[in-house]
Design a binder for this molecule. Sequence first.
Ligand code: FMN
Length: 182
Amino acid sequence: MSRVKYGAKPIMLPQPVLIIGTYDENGVPNAMNAAWGITTDFKEITISLSEHKTTDNFKIRKAFTVSMATEDYVVACDYVGIESGRNVPDKFAKAGFHATKSEFVDAPLIDELPMALECKVKSFEDGILIGEIVNVSADESVVTDGKIDLKKLKPIAFDPCNNVAWGRSQYDILIMRKEEKL
Ligand SMILES: Cc1cc2nc3c(=O)[nH]c(=O)nc-3n(C[C@H](O)[C@H](O)[C@H](O)COP(=O)(O)O)c2cc1C
């Protein structure tokens, strides 16, 4: 085998596209895009974050939601990753998103994104957010036989090699799984 060497790079494949939802001190919702996140225990999520409007918000509210970005809302999910709520106070609305407060934590669910983790902040140190997953919720439209159905949810994946997000229609691994009926 002849391996191409890329050096030290933050590459993991596939990588999620997570949309973090928060409220500011006035109850205005905000959303941002994060690819550097992963579950790290049964009730724990860890996300690598620079300072953003989102971090300002969850330091106050001690809570956030993590929605899966979907093919149906890829443009809005991209927008919240390139614009800051620090510069555009109505960024959430501009993205075309609508908020419903989580029953479990002091953070907004995004009506347009059907599946989300609802989390309390455990810690945020050295750019590493650790959250306690208090609840996971999914709209009935993406549930089959009581289980979250990836084919209905249509989550997208971030490709750090090419800096693009891929949907199911172009995403070979999911297409293979679909054909194998896993
Ligand atoms: C695909 C994608 C992935 C991103 N992943 C991260 C990430 O993991 N951590 C981070 O700090 N910023 C990440 N960003 C950048 C933030 O989403 C961006 O700075 C955003 O404007 C912050 O919004 P806010 O200031 O309203 O919270 C990502 C952006 C994109 C487009």
